[in-house]
Design a protein around this ligand. Structure first.
Ligand code: AMP
Ligand code: MG
Length: 408
């Protein structure tokens, strides 16, 4: 038997980030940057107004107050999107809108509310009374205040979330280099399985694993290829696996336990170098990993929850590594067990729980009920997996453990 961590290490050793590709910016969302991006321009590119008001020379307004306003001559108007207008000289002002280029000579903006001119409508006035002394650079955004030209805006390895993507757009990157999304081929195995669209004949069940696995893979950033259902026969399995070779990872479910019809493991062994392991975990235990030709294959157990938990523990880090992420493990939180629980057999138990907030302490992990490896409804009801270490034979209520929040 193999422990969970060694199994994951062995699997991960076979993967590295996929080759970088250049994609349109919007397609890079959520992916990992494969290069350092240098700003071609400053952001903002020019000194501009942060408010609607009047661009002035601060020194002209030094004596201004509500009781003793200072009158300035309005020499023009500056709106966002226009090139700079005339220079502001002594005793002069420019009516200016947010985002407009600051005119030469002016060094502060006085908001409409601090003048005698209303914000509404265009001003036909040629004079404005300033009601408050402005300080130099009041309501002015300096060129390069956000990003200086030549600076690295985002470095290799950064995950392109919305804000970073916006930074890249602001420095003129319409395309960018990211690690390619892996293509995950999903294959279910079993004589008893039918597609969800089909009627159930006696003895048959619908294939749910393919959808659970595919949805997880997509959520983690992979592209999915549905490879269908392989019957438990050598020819059918061999053919389906042959079709699967052009993906970055084949994920099968079923056929790796000890039953008579679990031929999958024989075919896997004869078609490639695939090993079947017994992993110290619950739900789950049998797990296959290896290669069909040059394509890596992860063989999950058939029971739906065992398949999902195994895919979370072994498939997620693999997909994240191919995507170029450094952080491969799911984030863990501390949680307090609400229920008692037996954990004999030296296996790491992933218990389906709901995390309930508690005042002044870690959340309380409440079991969602039936923990059978085939009970998918309790996985659907759970929002976390409470991790009971293999060495802990019994969990008493109040025990502090760690939990993996399920982000679906
Ligand atoms: P196996 O590991 O192939 O013996 O499967 C273990 C259990 O999981 C059996 O009860 C199977 O019917 C069930 N099972 C296997 N594959 C699937 C699947 N794709 N969807 C739902 N249940 C499955
Ligand atoms: Mg089977």
């Amino acid at each position: 038997m193999l422990d969970v961590d060694s199994a994951r290490e062995r699997i991960l050793a076979a993967f590295s980030p996929l080759p970088p590709v250049e994609v349109p910016l919007i397609e890079a969302s959520g992916l990992v940057l494969a290069v350092n991006v240098v700003a071609r321009n400053s952001v903002p590119p020019f000194r501009n107004s942060a408010m609607d008001g009047y661009a002035v020379r601060a020194s002209d307004t030094a004596a201004a107050s509500w009781t003793a306003p200072i009158a300035l001559m309005v020499i023009g108007e500056a709106a966002a999107g226009q090139a700079a207008i005339r220079r502001v000289g002594e005793g002069q002002a420019v009516r200016i809108m947010t985002g407009a280029v600051m005119p030469e000579g002016a060094d502060a903006v006085v908001r409409f509310e601090e003048t005698d001119q209303p914000a509404t409508a265009g001003c036909a006035c040629d004079e404005v009374r300033i009601l408050r002394a402005a300080k130099r650079l009041d309501n002015v955004r300096e060129a390069g205040e956000d990003i200086a030209a030549g600076a690295i805006v985002a470095s290799r390895g950064t995950t392109l979330g919305p804000a970073v993507l916006g930074l890249l757009a602001s420095v003129g990157q319409s395309r960018t280099r990211v690690y390619r999304r892996p293509i995950v081929g999903v294959l279910s195995t079993g004589n008893e399985l039918v597609e969800p669209s089909r009627d159930l004949e006696p003895g048959m069940i619908r294939d749910s694993n393919a959808y659970v696995v595919a949805a997880m893979a997509k959520q983690w950033g992979a592209e999915v290829r549905m490879l269908g259902i392989a019957r438990d026969t050598v020819p059918d399995l061999t053919e389906k696996l042959d079709d699967a070779r052009r993906v970055d990872l084949i994920v099968t479910s079923g056929g790796v336990s000890l039953g008579d019809y679990d031929l999958v493991k024989d075919v896997l062994r004869s078609e490639g170098d695939v090993a079947i392991w017994q992993v110290r975990m619950k739900p789950g235990k049998p797990l296959a990993f290896g290669h069909i030709g040059r394509t890596p294959l992860l063989g999950l157990p058939g029971n739906p929850v065992a398949a999902a938990v195994s895919f979370l523990l072994f498939g997620r880090p693999v997909i994240r590594r191919m995507l170029g992420h450094d952080e491969l493990e799911p984030p863990m939180v501390e949680a307090v067990a609400a229920d008692s629980l037996d954990n004999r057999g030296q296996r790491r138990h992933y218990v389906r729980v709901r995390l309930e907030p508690s005042v002044g302490g870690p959340p309380v992990a409440v079991s969602v009920g039936e923990q059978g490896a085939g009970v998918l409804s309790s996985l659907a009801a759970a929002d976390a997996l409470l991790v009971v270490p293999e060495s802990l034979e019994r969990v008493e209520p109040g025990t502090r453990l760690r939990a993996i929040p399920l982000d679906w």
